[in-house]
Design a protein around this ligand. Structure first.
Ligand code: ZN
Length: 142
């Protein structure tokens, strides 16, 4: 018997009822961001509460998956076994709303090529039933 289970390749987020759609939308290729029914404000991380108009009526809205690198750092230390030694930790602001910033990794490019305000698009890495949103440069062949 071969044990086909493999250890998770990156630390998994804790999910709650509020955040679960954010982590499962990738199964259908959708980046889902919580949006206020009343004023259309995007809320992230999801809280079920709109800080703009104080409404508690929200839904998860598919967004374009496009964004820009707000800030980033290149990790040079192997914190977690299985993760590459050099990888890019970034905050990506979504194209729809500048103050929605996702903490993520930039993949499919050399970390040395990453720049501020670089246009990126989402892709998903399935991991233990969660679909982790990662981003790659727009125009990346992968
Ligand atoms: Zn609102």
């Amino acid at each position: 018997m071969i044990d086909s289970r493999k250890p998770p390749s990156r630390p998994l987020p804790a999910t709650t009822c509020d955040t679960e759609p954010f982590w499962s939308g990738g199964e259908h290729g959708e980046l889902l961001i919580e949006q206020c029914d009343g004023c259309s404000y995007f809320i992230h991380p999801p809280t079920g509460f709109c800080p703009e108009c104080e409404s508690r009526d929200t839904h998860f809205q598919p967004v374009s998956g496009k964004g820009f690198i707000e800030t980033f750092t290149v990790n040079h230390k192997r914190w977690v076994p299985g993760l590459p030694e050099r990888y890019v930790l970034a905050l990506v602001r979504i194209a729809e709303q500048a103050d929605v910033r996702l903490a993520t990794n930039i993949v499919n490019c050399d970390p040395g090529d990453v720049t501020f305000d670089m246009p990126v698009k989402v892709l998903f890495e399935e991991n233990d039933g969660l679909w982790i949103p990662l981003f790659e440069p727009v125009g990346s062949a992968a």
